[in-house]
Design a protein around this ligand. Structure first.
Ligand SMILES: Nc1ncnc2c1ncn2[C@@H]1O[C@H](COP(=O)(O)OP(=O)(O)O)[C@@H](O)[C@H]1O
Ligand SMILES: [Mg+2]
Length: 224
């Protein structure tokens, strides 16, 4: 489903990713751990097509990302990938329902499909009762559940999660984590989960470690 081969990336002559290689199967959940500044977000951005590697290959769902035009990468990102972030990144001027419906609108679903599928997805993450609320009116846990709904409503192959519990208290963090695991399992969505906390890797099959842009896999920890 995803195959990353010798991906390197530099910013101002400093190598942030150094020949990173790994592969994952459909529905597999992989944790990515590493200190601040080790290249985790840069790697996710290369996978999502928001950023481009200087060297190397990324084959996602049968397509070589680095050979696509920027427009083609945007279409792929909108249609086959979901992303969630530490600070949720919901659009502040849209309600919860509208934030989720926007993902569908960008993929040319009809207005009635948008309303129905977005509402169904909000129910699945247990925030349907907040459908008309704006982000500023919601708790962190609610906002992250809306963000998960927005990411998964298009039925992506892969969910990229950049420290999704980093801004939540323990209880809400647990709830969000359990939800991600359950939805990944139910819909066979692959997951790359960036985290600082060892505990958070429990929902993943394998753990990758990154230090100064160099990736390694901890074989002892592998539960695949
Ligand atoms: N757009 C950018 N321009 C210049 N340097 C960047 C940019 N994005 C990230 N970096 C640098 O690359 C390194 C890795 O960053 P990042 O991938 O965000 O790390 P992490 O997510 O592991 O904390 C950091 O030193 C950061 O300062
Ligand atoms: Mg980061």
């Amino acid at each position: 489903m995803l195959s990353v081969g010798a991906v390197s990336k530099a910013y101002q002559n400093r190598r942030v990713l150094n020949e990173v290689s790994f592969a994952m199967n459909s529905g597999e959940r992989v944790a990515l751990m590493g200190p601040s500044g080790s290249g985790k977000s840069t790697l996710l951005n290369c996978l999502s097509g928001l950023d481009t590697p200087d060297e190397g290959t990324i084959i996602f769902d049968g397509e070589e990302l680095t050979r696509l035009s920027p427009d083609e990468r945007t279409l792929l990102r909108r249609g086959r990938l979901g992303s969630i972030f530490q600070f949720f990144h919901l659009l502040p001027t849209l309600t919860a329902l509208e934030n989720v419906a926007l993902s569908l609108q960008l993929n040319n679903y009809s207005a009635s499909e948008q309303a129905q599928l977005a509402m169904d997805m909000l129910e699945e993450v247990d925030v349907a009762h907040r459908a008309k609320a704006f982000p500023r009116e919601m708790s962190g846990g609610e906002m992250q559940r809306v963000a998960i709904a927005r990411a998964l409503v298009i039925k992506p192959k892969l969910l990229l999660a950049d420290e999704p519990t980093g801004n939540l208290d323990t209880k809400n963090g647990e709830r969000v984590l359990n939800l991600i695991e359950a939805l990944s399992e139910a819909h066979q969505v692959g997951l790359i989960l960036v985290t600082h906390q060892e505990e958070t890797t429990r929902i993943c099959h394998r753990t990758l470690h990154i230090h100064d842009g160099i990736l390694s896999e901890d074989a002892l920890e592998s539960r695949a």
